[in-house]
Every structure is written in structure tokens, then in C-alpha cells.
Design a protein around this ligand. Structure first.
Ligand SMILES: Cc1cc2nc3c(=O)[nH]c(=O)nc-3n(C[C@H](O)[C@H](O)[C@H](O)COP(=O)(O)OP(=O)(O)OC[C@H]3O[C@@H](n4cnc5c(N)ncnc54)[C@H](O)[C@@H]3O)c2cc1C
Length: 448
């Protein structure tokens, strides 16, 4: 078996498993921090599913600092607002301004982007020779002098530290946790629709629109310079019969599940030529992510339901914190650096993970008194400033030593002379879709 990628320089050599958003961002952050890394990906070709993704300022400021600002501004759309509407008549429940207001408040934009575009930009920003394709990790084993990765093809490497960014089915997570993915009884249809098939009312201004209804919701936003609309439509299901966690769905079934909804939703859900369909899963919220020289990041660490649109954004926060913790480590002090990383990250991702779960209920309330309470609280908390705890958070300031009195990871002081602002979360409701949960809904979530 080959053994390579081990260096005896004074700085730790990092092996990263999985070239999704977490792995690619981590590689970019490690390179920027002057560390040497190798990224191993099972796929023979890198690509991403045909769907969009929302990138919030808590992540875009990090991507910009990694040198991606020009590239991202070229391929991403900057939505002007996030709207939440009623499922049947489209009544506007909340409109949160994004666009310039977001940059003014948080010093970074809100983007919607085609996943393939994001992947390409991250990949192109990396020096060549870092990403190794067609390398499926079978096993990771701690040894006294490093960590050994065995690949399914018999190839093997040794490294000072191994980071699993290998997604919700992570092989690396098996070293730090024994839990299994849990089916959430939710499935989501996703597709990209050419702009010419999208209702004109949704094209007059780039924005994220959500329709909330009993048991399910639909979201759409423009990508690819507004030439296409990305949409996701959830449906409750009792079981997932396919062996795969994603499969092709039926446009007819989707349209049937959204019959009777607002005209715009009916048009959107009937418009695609094909749709992909995903079974949504959750996993335990862990108290530890690391064991000695092995750790996890992104979905491998905190695979959250997509009901706060934060899974990838949190993965990007993980990446920069982990890279900075490792940057000051030696091969001998790697375990301490990994403990510091998880100490910084766990409180933040726990909260976001939990709200994502709670939103399964909050987004899907049947019409009635609780739904009316939720809708009232949505209207009250429409201002973007109420999202400071989420969007104003700057992961890199958590790396600074010595919090000021009264500071917590969620309300760090703003940087000296910096652009971002962080504020108390005390009276903030989570961002609607991005957190429609009212306190009442949190209570509901805890009921058996
Ligand atoms: C419907 C939906 C909508 C979402 N919308 C948003 C959104 O708007 N905003 C947001 O922030 N998040 C969103 N998310 C969440 C987001 O997609 C994920 O959190 C994010 O993609 C996770 O990235 P990752 O790199 O951690 O994992 P993954 O994307 O799963 O990447 C893991 C990589 O590891 C590779 N790999 C796996 N096993 C091995 C192995 N054994 N050996 C080598 N390689 C391996 C895989 O091939 C893959 O390339 C959404 C999720 C869903 C399902």
C-alpha cells in the first residue's frame, strides 16, 4: 500500500475527505493560511446537482475574504428581498429587504447561485494538485504518529490530521459518533426552470419567495443571471421507497401535490421538464466532533434540515475557523487545535441546527390559530436587523482571544474599523423560512 502526503515540516499536513462546498472551502482556507493540504473526492468528475443555493452574509463575507468576491459577483444573483406568502391567495406575510440593505447592515451580500457555479468558482480558486478525484475513502484509522486513510482501490495515505467533509453519510464521522441518519418524513422536489416559463410576477425583481401552507412549502429564487428560477417544493411522506436518497421525481405527482395553491406556485410546479426528488434526513446534534487527530465539518458534522437555508453557510463558517485553528498548530498540537475548533463552532451550529428542525413545524402549520399567531409574528419581525444573530455573525472574530465582558459567540464585538456589525440576539425571532419558528412553535416542537 502506498503511503504518501506525510510531511515532516513544522506545520501539520491536512487530508480532507470530500470535495463538496465544505471540503472545497476548507481547502481554500487552508491554502490561504499557508498550510499544505490534499483533498480526496470519491467522484471521478466534480459537479453539483441542478439546483440553486442561498448564500447569506455570514458566509459570503468569508468567501469574499478568500478572494472569491469578483468571481461570485459575476455568477451570483443578489436578491432584493425575501418574501413570505400565504399558500392559497399569495397574501404577503413578510417582506425582508436584502440587496443593498443587507450589505449596508452586514458588510456582505445575500446571494442566490447555481450550485455548479459555486463549485466551479471554489475549485478554480484552488492551486492545481490539491484535489484528487476518484478516491473513495473506505476507512480512517488513528495511529500513534498520524492518521491513515485507506481508499477502496487499495491506495492509502498518512497525514497529521484528517477532516471529514464527506457529507451526511460520512465515513469519517464514524470515528466520532455512532448515530445514524433519521428520515424526517419530508421529501423535496427540486428543479431549475427557464425564465420564459416563470410567471412574470416573479421576474419583475430578483427575490426569494416562499409560500407557506399546511404540511408543506415551496421556495423559489433566480440563479444564473436570472435566466433560470431554482425552486424547491417539500411534501410530507410516510416512507421513502427508493434505495437512493435522491432520485428523479414525477412532475405530474409534484403538480398534483400543489393543486389548489396560488397560481404562481401551480405554474412553477407544473413547469419543469424533469425534477429531482430528495428524502430529507436529520442526524443527532453531537457534543464532540473530534477524536485525537480526526474531525468533521459541514454536513458530516451537522447535517441539518434545509429549513433555515444554512447548511452550506455553516460549513463555510466551519472551514475558516478550522483553518485558522490549524494554522497555529504543529503536528504535535493538532488534537488541541481540533478541540479549540469544535469549542468555537458547536454552540453556533447547535443553535442553527435546532432552529432548522423547529421550522419543520413552523413552516407547515395548518390554517388556524397557531398559523395566525405565526403570521402576526412574521410581520412584526420583518426588519433585516432582527437577523443580526445569524447574518451579522463573523466566524473569524470568534478566533480572537479574550471575549469582552458580556460577549457570547453570537454577539461578538464588531471588528475595529471593519464593516460587519454584530448585535444581541435577545429579542430576535429567527428569520422566517430562514426561521419562521415562533416561541409557540418551539414549544410544539418539544411535545412528544
Ligand atoms: C433541498 C436542499 C436545499 C438546501 N438549500 C440550502 C441553502 O439554500 N443554503 C445553505 O446554506 N444550505 C442549503 N442546503 C444544505 C447544503 O446543501 C448542505 O449543507 C451542503 O451542501 C453540505 O456540503 P458538504 O460539503 O458538507 O457535503 P456534501 O455536499 O454532501 O459533499 C460531500 C462530498 O464528499 C464526497 N464523499 C462522500 N463520501 C466520500 C468518501 N467515502 N470518500 C471520498 N469522498 C466522499 C461526496 O461525493 C461529496 O462530494 C440545502 C440542502 C437541501 C437538501
Amino acid at each position: 500500500m502506498d503511503r504518501m502526503y506525510r510531511q515532516s515540516s513544522g506545520r501539520p499536513q491536512v487530508a480532507v475527505v470530500g470535495a463538496g462546498i465544505a471540503g472545497l472551502t476548507l481547502a481554500a482556507a487552508l491554502v490561504q493560511a499557508g498550510l499544505s493540504c490534499s483533498l480526496f473526492e470519491q467522484a471521478a468528475l466534480l459537479g453539483e446537482v441542478g439546483a440553486g443555493i442561498q448564500l447569506a452574509p455570514n458566509a459570503t463575507r468569508i468567501l469574499h475574504r478568500l478572494g472569491l468576491e469578483r468571481r461570485l459577483r459575476a455568477v451570483a444573483t443578489r436578491p432584493e428581498a425575501l418574501e413570505m406568502r400565504r399558500w392559497d391567495d399569495g397574501t404577503l406575510l413578510r417582506r425582508t429587504p436584502l440587496g443593498a440593505r443587507c450589505e449596508e447592515l452586514f458588510g456582505a451580500p445575500y446571494y442566490t447561485v447555481h450550485r455548479a457555479d459555486l463549485h466551479r468558482q471554489l475549485l478554480e480558486a484552488l492551486p492545481s494538485g490539491i484535489v484528487h478525484l476518484d478516491r473513495r475513502v473506505e476507512r480512517v484509522e488513528q495511529r500513534q504518529n498520524g492518521v491513515v486513510i485507506d481508499f477502496t482501490d487499495g491506495f492509502g495515505v498518512m497525514s497529521d490530521v484528517v477532516v471529514g467533509t464527506d457529507g451526511i453519510h460520512s465515513v469519517v464521522r464514524e470515528l466520532v459518533a455512532t448515530d445514524q441518519p433519521r428520515f424526517s418524513r419530508q421529501s423535496i422536489y427540486r428543479a431549475l426552470i427557464p425564465a420564459e416559463r416563470v410567471p412574470a410576477t416573479l421576474l419583475d425583481e430578483p427575490r426569494v419567495v416562499l409560500w407557506l401552507g399546511p404540511g408543506q412549502h415551496c421556495v423559489c429564487y433566480p440563479v444564473s443571471q436570472a435566466s433560470r428560477m431554482s425552486f424547491g417544493a417539500t411534501v410530507p411522506i410516510t416512507e421513502w421507497t427508493s434505495e437512493s436518497w435522491s432520485t428523479l421525481g414525477s412532475v405530474l405527482d409534484l403538480a398534483a401535490r400543489y393543486r389548489g395553491w396560488h397560481d404562481d406556485v401551480v405554474t412553477l410546479t407544473s413547469a419543469p421538464d424533469s425534477v429531482s426528488r430528495w428524502a430529507l434526513h436529520d442526524r443527532d446534534i453531537l457534543g464532540r466532533w473530534s477524536q485525537d487527530r480526526v474531525t468533521v465539518a459541514g454536513d458530516a458534522a451537522h447535517p441539518m434540515l434545509p429549513f433555515l437555508a444554512q447548511g452550506a453557510n455553516q460549513a463555510i463558517e466551519d472551514a475558516v475557523v478550522l483553518a485558522r485553528c490549524l494554522a497555529t498548530a504543529t503536528p504535535q498540537t493538532v488534537p488541541t487545535a481540533l478541540r479549540r475548533y469544535e469549542r468555537i463552532r458547536l454552540p453556533r451550529t447547535d443553535k442553527v441546527h435546532q432552529i432548522s428542525r423547529n421550522n419543520t413545524i413552523a413552516l407547515h402549520l395548518p390554517d388556524g390559530p397557531e398559523q395566525r399567531d405565526r403570521d402576526r409574528s412574521l410581520a412584526v419581525n420583518a426588519d433585516l436587523q432582527s437577523q443580526n444573530w445569524l447574518y451579522g455573525y463573523d466566524a473569524e472574530y470568534d478566533l480572537e482571544p479574550g471575549p469582552a465582558p458580556g460577549e457570547t459567540p453570537g454577539n461578538r464585538r464588531p471588528p475595529q474599523g471593519g464593516q460587519t456589525r454584530a448585535h444581541s440576539t435577545d429579542h430576535a425571532l429567527p428569520h422566517a423560512y430562514d426561521g419562521a419558528a415562533s416561541p409557540r412553535c418551539h414549544e410544539l416542537e418539544r411535545e412528544p
